[in-house]
Ligand binder design. Structure first.
Ligand code: MSP
Length: 665
C-alpha cells in the first residue's frame, strides 16, 4: 500500500430533491482530483454520501405520503445512479441513516457532554425550517431568512448547546498558523471577520421532530444537523471502529464544499473537532456556484438543470469537461446549453478530437498504421525539442495546478499541449514529407513525436474525462491505462511498432443552432435559444435574398467603386479542422476561427486539397456573405482561392503571422 494517502470528501447531499448540475460539479471536481492522486500512486480515499435526517426531509416525506426511510431510499438511489453515469470513482458512499454513523454521532455527543462542551439550556430564536438554521434578530433581512429569503418562525425549546464560543481563539490561531487551511485564500478574511464578530454557542439538539439520531442519554432530543452531518467524514474512515483505517486517512486532505457551506466547514466543524481532541482537516475548499440565466438553481424557481438529461444527450465526459473547464478557481460560472455545446465543438471536437483523428489518418496513410521508430536523438530538430519541452512543462504545471486544487487551470495547461500538437503537425506537414522518399526518416521522427505527445495527452486527460482517456488510449493501440502512473508521463514511453486502432471521431461536431431549435425540452435557461430561433428564420429569408443577389451579380467587365468594394468584408480565419462533406465529392467543410468567432465554411476544393493540408492555415474569408446551405451543410462565409487556366487552384493565405479575425482590405 502506498505511503502517501489522500482523503477527499464531497458534502453529503440532502435527499430532498434530485441532484442538479451544481451538485454534479462538486462531485466531478472531487473525482478528477481523486483520480489524479491515484495516478500519482497515492492511497486515495474518496468519500461522498447523503445527509438524510432533519425536519425538512421529515416534512417532505409526510407530504409525499411516504415514511422518511422510504422517501430517502428512493432519492438516494437516484444519487447513486447519477454518480455511476458520471463515472464517479468514490471509495465509499456514506448515509447518515446507517448504523455505523449513529454510533459515532452518539459517542461524540456523549464525549463532548461529559467534557462540559455540550450543555442543556433553552433556546429561543428565529428558526428557518428549510435551512434548518436559527438566526439572531439582527441577521434577519426584512424579517426573513438571510440565506433563502423565506419567513422564519419564533421557536423556544429546551436544547443542548455546543460551547463553540470557547474555541473562537484557538480557531483563529489555527487559521493564522495554517494560511492554506481555507481556500480560496480570498475567503479566509471573510471567515476571520465572522469569527471576530463573536461566536455564539451552537444549538445541537431539537425536540420538535423525530427524524434524526437521538441524544444517547436524553431520548426526547434528536441530534440536530451539524454534529450529525459533519461527523460523516469521521465515520466513513472508521472512527471508533477501525483505528488503523482512521489513523491512516485522518486528517482529511481536503473537504470540497460549495461556498454556501464553507462557513460550517471552517468554523463549526473545526471547533467540534477541537472539542473532540482530533486534528483538523488540512484544507477546506469552497468553490463557486454553477448559475443559470435566472440565477441560482432552485426547485421553486423551476430552473434546475438535470445532469442526467445532459449526459444522455452529450455523454458524461462532455458534461464533466464543461463543468471543470468553465468554473474558475473559487468563482461562479454560468451554464447554458449553448455554452456547453460550444465547449464540446471547440475544445473536444476541434482541438482534442482533431489532433487524434488527423494522426490516425496520417499513420494509416503514411506509416501502415503503425507508430514508427523515431530517429536518434541527435537528429532532432529545434521544433521537435520545443514540443518535447512543452510536454514536460505541461505535465509539471498540471501537477502543480491540481496540488493547488485547481482542475480548471490544469485543463487549460493540457489543452496547451493539444494545441501544440496540432501546430506541430501544421508546421512539419507530414503529408509533404510523405511525398519525398528522401524525407522518410524525418517523417518517422515527426509521426513518432506526434504519437508520443498524444500518448501523454491521453494520460493527462484521463482523470478528467475517464471514458475519453480510455478511448484515446485504445486508439493509440495501447492497453492497461489503469496501470499507468505519473512516471509514465516521461517522454519516450510510446513503443514503436504499435498498431494504431481506428474509430469514428469521439466528439462529432454539433450543429448548435439546429439542436437548440429542435430542443423539445425548450431549455428556457438557454440564453440564446431565442437567438437561435431568429437565426433559423434568417436562414429562410436568405435563400430568397440569394436569388436576388445572383441577378445583381456584375459582369467581370463592369467596374465598381471603392464603396462597392468596401461592402465586401474580408477577414482572416484560421482553419481549425476540415472534413469531407458526406455525399459530396467536391466539398470540404472547414471549421474556422475568426478571432474568437467560430464558423463553418463549406468550399468546393476537395479535388485540390487533402483535409489535413488545410488545417492550421490562415485563409481569407468573405465574412459578410449571407449564410447558405450546401448539401444540407451550413456555410457561413466563402473562402478566397485563385484558379489558373490549367485548373490549378490555391487557397489565398497571408505571408506572415497575422491574427485570425484581422480585416483584409
Ligand atoms: N447536507 C448539506 C451538506 C452537509 S456536508 C457535511 C448540504 N446539502 S445540499 O444537498 O444542499 O448540497 C450542498 C452542496 O451542493 C453545496 O455545498 C455545493 O457543494 C453543491 N451545490 C448545490 N448547488 C450548487 C450550485 N448551484 N453550484 C455549485 N454547487 C452547488 O448543504
Amino acid at each position: 500500500m502506498a505511503d502517501k494517502t489522500f482523503y477527499i470528501t464531497t458534502p453529503i447531499y440532502y435527499p430532498s430533491n434530485r441532484l442538479h448540475i451544481g451538485h454534479a460539479y462538486t462531485t466531478v471536481y472531487c473525482d478528477a482530483l481523486a483520480r489524479w492522486h491515484r495516478f500519482k500512486g497515492e492511497d486515495v480515499f474518496f468519500l461522498t454520501g447523503s445527509d438524510e435526517h432533519g425536519q425538512k426531509i421529515e416534512r417532505a416525506a409526510q407530504e409525499s405520503g411516504k415514511t422518511p426511510e422510504r422517501y430517502v431510499e428512493e432519492i438516494v438511489a437516484t444519487f447513486k445512479e447519477l454518480w455511476q453515469r458520471l463515472n464517479i470513482s468514490y471509495d465509499d458512499f456514506i448515509r447518515t441513516t446507517e448504523k455505523r454513523h449513529h454510533q459515532v454521532v452518539q459517542e461524540i455527543f456523549r464525549r463532548l457532554y461529559e467534557k462540559g462542551d455540550i450543555y442543556k439550556s433553552t433556546y429561543k430564536g428565529w428558526y428557518c425550517t428549510p435551512c434548518e438554521t436559527f438566526w439572531t434578530e439582527s441577521k434577519l433581512v426584512d424579517g426573513c431568512c438571510p440565506d433563502c429569503d423565506r419567513p422564519v418562525e419564533m421557536v423556544a425549546e429546551e436544547s443542548y448547546f455546543f460551547r463553540m464560543s470557547k474555541y473562537a481563539r484557538p480557531l483563529l490561531d489555527h487559521i493564522a498558523a495554517h494560511p492554506e487551511f481555507i481556500q480560496p485564500a480570498t475567503r479566509r478574511n471573510e471567515m476571520i471577520a465572522f469569527i471576530n464578530q463573536g461566536l455564539e454557542d451552537l444549538c445541537v439538539s431539537r425536540t420538535t421532530f423525530n427524524w434524526g439520531i437521538p441524544v444517547p442519554f436524553d431520548e426526547r432530543h434528536v441530534i440536530y444537523v451539524w454534529i450529525d452531518a459533519l461527523t460523516n467524514y469521521l465515520t466513513a474512515i472508521g472512527y471508533l471502529a477501525d483505528e488503523d483505517k482512521f489513523g491512516r486517512y485522518w486528517p482529511a486532505d481536503v473537504h470540497v464544499v460549495g461556498k454556501d457551506i464553507l462557513r460550517f466547514h471552517t468554523i463549526i466543524w473545526p471547533t467540534i473537532l477541537m472539542a473532540a481532541g482530533l486534528p483538523l482537516p488540512r484544507q477546506v475548499y469552497g468553490h463557486g456556484w454553477v448559475l443559470v440565466k435566472s440565477g441560482k438553481m432552485s426547485k421553486s424557481k423551476g430552473n434546475v438543470v438535470d445532469p442526467l438529461a445532459l449526459i444522455e444527450q452529450f455523454g458524461a465526459d462532455a458534461v464533466r469537461y464543461f463543468l471543470l473547464r468553465e468554473m474558475s478557481f473559487g468563482q461562479d460560472a454560468k451554464y447554458s446549453k449553448r455554452a456547453l455545446m460550444e465547449r464540446i465543438n471547440s475544445d473536444l471536437a476541434n482541438d482534442l478530437g482533431n489532433a487524434f483523428h488527423r494522426t490516425q489518418t496520417m499513420l494509416a496513410r503514411f506509416c501502415r498504421g503503425q507508430v514508427p521508430a523515431p530517429d536518434p536523438v541527435s537528429s532532432r530538430e529545434p521544433i521537435d525539442a520545443d514540443l518535447i519541452n512543452l510536454a514536460a512543462a505541461v505535465v509539471e504545471n498540471t501537477d502543480r495546478a491540481l496540488t493547488e486544487l485547481d482542475p480548471n487551470a490544469a485543463l487549460i495547461e493540457i489543452w496547451r499541449l493539444v494545441g501544440a500538437v496540432n501546430k506541430y503537425i501544421d508546421q512539419t506537414e507530414p503529408w509533404s514529407l510523405a511525398k519525398d522518399p528522401a524525407k522518410s526518416g524525418r517523417l518517422r521522427e515527426v509521426m513518432y513525436n506526434v504519437c508520443e505527445a498524444l500518448r501523454i495527452t491521453a494520460l493527462l486527460v484521463a482523470p478528467f474525462l475517464p471514458e475519453t482517456g480510455k478511448a484515446l488510449w485504445r486508439r493509440l493501440g495501447l492497453s492497461d491505462l489503469d496501470g499507468q502512473r505519473f512516471a509514465d508521463l516521461k517522454w519516450g514511453g510510446m513503443a514503436p511498432g504499435v498498431e494504431i486502432g481506428r474509430g469514428e471521431p469521439l466528439f462529432p461536431r454539433l450543429d448548435i443552432d439546429k439542436i437548440l431549435a429542435e430542443d423539445e425540452s425548450g431549455d428556457e435557461e438557454d440564453e440564446t435559444a431565442a437567438e437561435a430561433g431568429e437565426k433559423a428564420a434568417a436562414g429562410k429569408d436568405q435563400q430568397q435574398e440569394e436569388k436576388q443577389d445572383m441577378s445583381q451579380e456584375p459582369t467581370s467587365e463592369e467596374l465598381i467603386s471603392i464603396d462597392e468594394f468596401a461592402k465586401v468584408k474580408l477577414r482572416l480565419a484560421k482553419v481549425e479542422s476540415v472534413a469531407p462533406v458526406p455525399g459530396a465529392d467536391k466539398l470540404l467543410a472547414l471549421q474556422v476561427d475568426m478571432g474568437g468567432e467560430k464558423r463553418q465554411i463549406v468550399a468546393g476544393i476537395a479535388k485540390y486539397y487533402q483535409p489535413e493540408e488545410l488545417v492550421g492555415k490562415t485563409i481569407v474569408v468573405v465574412a459578410n456573405l449571407k449564410p447558405a446551405r450546401l448539401r444540407g451543410m451550413l456555410s457561413q462565409g466563402m473562402l478566397l482561392a485563385a484558379e489558373d487556366q490549367e485548373g490549378k487552384l490555391g487557397v489565398i493565405t497571408v505571408d506572415r503571422d497575422i491574427a485570425p479575425g484581422a480585416v483584409v482590405r
